[in-house]
Design a protein around this ligand. Structure first.
Ligand SMILES: Nc1nc2c(ncn2[C@@H]2O[C@H](COP(=O)(O)OP(=O)(O)OP(=O)(O)O)[C@@H](O)[C@H]2O)c(=O)[nH]1
Ligand SMILES: [Mg+2]
Length: 261
């Protein structure tokens, strides 16, 4: 079941903007249906798992693929055409993991905040709402849009300014469009070297049922979980900041690496 609600307008602010919410659960070792708002993923009592919740803001220029990426991460229908997102849309995705040292199972609960770029530019209060108490950023560029790649430094300073402690992950979308790529691997390597940020690659394309396959999203959800978990541990003084080491046993899917960092 997917719960959707919309709030149109806002006290003291201009009307007409919508905030909608969806609760989803990608397939894999758990049921492929989406849990309702009051549910949590079902596990046997002996394997009852904690839930680590994170707010993740998805940013990037218009048509870069924010809404398509969030839909693919949530196992939802990926839109085939560009329809500008007219407000803030939040989507919740559960993702399982195990701590390596204790084998304790754990659920990551990601709430992705997706906002249309033009509405973000139009109304001053939208960006602060999206970045308030945010835990992580997915900073998108498109492999088929050079300008979106060149804008990354500007995007990073505009969007992450007020949340310096949050995890920042760059995502290159439309990686399936390699024949039309405007951004080379050398460009990506140079960016990683200069900025020290992980760059993940995404292809948010539908399979016959209209949703992206689990294989296409697992590396991204694993990478996000790993970085957020380490950031938490580091902030609590429990770990040295060494991005190379792995604390989580994450769903292993053949032929995928976590990231290029
Ligand atoms: N081939 C391919 N197309 C993609 C991919 N990601 C997004 N698209 C397409 O790009 C177009 C724009 O995607 P959206 O997700 O709507 O863009 P957006 O960033 O949400 O745009 P705004 O809401 O206007 O800010 C749509 O036609 C998508 O189907 C991808 O990874 N591969
Ligand atoms: Mg959108």
């Amino acid at each position: 079941m997917t719960e959707v609600y919309k709030i149109i307008g806002r006290e003291g602010g201009p009307a007409g903007r919508a905030h909608s919410h969806r609760d989803t659960f990608p397939g894999g070792p758990f049921p492929s249906r989406s849990p309702g708002l009051l549910e949590r993923p079902a596990l046997p009592p002996q394997a009852a798992a904690d839930i680590a919740s994170y707010k993740v803001f998805v940013s990037g220029r218009s048509a870069v693929g924010k809404t398509a990426l969030v839909a693919s991460l949530g196992g939802l229908q990926v839109p085939s055409a560009h329809h500008e997102t007219t407000g803030i849309q939040t989507t919740t995705v559960y993702w399982p993991a195990k701590l390596r040292e204790s084998s304790r199972p754990l659920f990551f609960k990601f709430t992705f905040w997706d906002c249309g770029e033009s509405v973000l530019k139009k109304f001053d209060h939208i960006l602060p709402a999206c970045t308030k108490k945010v835990d992580g950023f997915l900073l998108l560029f498109s492999f088929t849009d050079r300008a979106s790649f060149d804008d990354l430094p500007g995007q990073i300073s505009r969007v992450t300014e007020g949340a310096k402690a949050a995890v920042r992950i760059v995502v290159g979308t439309k990686f399936d469009q390699f024949a039309h790529t405007d951004v080379t691997e050398r460009d990506v390597a140079a960016f990683c070297h200069t900025w020290g940020l992980p760059v993940l690659r995404a292809k948010s394309v539908s399979s016959p049922d209209g949703c992206a396959g689990l294989l296409d999203v697992a590396h991204l959800l694993n990478g996000l979980a790993e970085h957020l978990w380490r950031q938490d541990q580091w902030a609590a003084g429990l770990l040295p900041p060494s991005p190379g080491s792995k604390d989580l046993a994450l769903p292993a899917l053949a032929g995928r690496s976590a990231d290029s960092s």
